[in-house]
Design a protein around this ligand. Sequence first.
Ligand code: SAM
Length: 312
Amino acid sequence: MLLPHCRLKPGDIWNDPTGKHLIGCGDAADLDFVNKIHSQVPPPILAIQDPPYNLVFGKQLPVAEFIDWCRKWISNCHSVLNKNSALYIWLGANQNDHFQPLPQFMTMMSETDFASRSFITMRNQRGYGTQQNWMATRQELLYYTIGKPKFKVSYTEIPKVLKGYYKEIAGQRTENTERSKSPNIRAGNVWIDIQQVFYRMEENVNGCYAQKPLKAIERIVESSSNAGETVTDFFAHSGTTLLACEKLDRRCVTFDLDPIFAEICIRRLARFRETGKTGWQLGHPFEKELRNTNQIAENILLASVNRTSSIS
Ligand SMILES: C[S@@+](CC[C@H](N)C(=O)[O-])C[C@H]1O[C@@H](n2cnc3c(N)ncnc32)[C@H](O)[C@@H]1O
């Protein structure tokens, strides 16, 4: 039902009429496609990757196969990045199965040219498993680099409250908050100030089950790129990296295997440009085609199941 309303089919690339961004429908593991979409722009200096966790073509894979697949798109990513670049990867860890695929993924990365730089945890405000276990509220974000990319320290909106570290400077007794570069605390590698996306937020894109918060992606983009530079994201989904790049004046190259998500990205960008809104909140991207909000998730799921069975 939704596919006839999607502009892109596998292998296609949409050129932003303003000449800024590129949105594609393609496979992250397909080097020809990855090269094709990046051939039109300067090499990205930042990649933000959010792969499906252990699901490829909608199928749960044994961890070794998932890691083999990750090795391919990581290698493709490496081949298109600038020689001084940052790579961020969101990855889940299954606490009921020895935290896979996180440790296996880290080991695979240790065999590449990327240097490990940080292991960031973003704390969700809502969680699961509250009665029999510690409530699961974390999202893991790995930060790697090649060469020497730029990095800008990021501050939260949380004021510094701890005082009492005194130091004498030019004969004056100064207190730590006076010496700070900011009155607020740094983001550091534990992010506690970002709300996960839920249906009441303006940025919510109904039908996108794995949308990352815009604030998290903006933090990454601001810390690891400059205005005008290229940022890439091989797993576009709701287009969060695209929106962050549009807001912060970066060029974004992004694509998704699924034509529906590629279409959603095109529509989300157009909506932002027309209305300044970052998402649909209670509405959804196919409002003209589908009246009922509940139908959007069903249709996306159905289209994806049909594609999976035609692939396998
Ligand atoms: C976890 S979501 C990304 C969420 C995204 N960061 C956001 O904020 O909206 C993963 C996306 O990867 C896409 N995908 C799965 N396999 C892919 C592949 N081989 N190549 C490109 N995209 C793929 C899925 O269709 C899904 O939309």
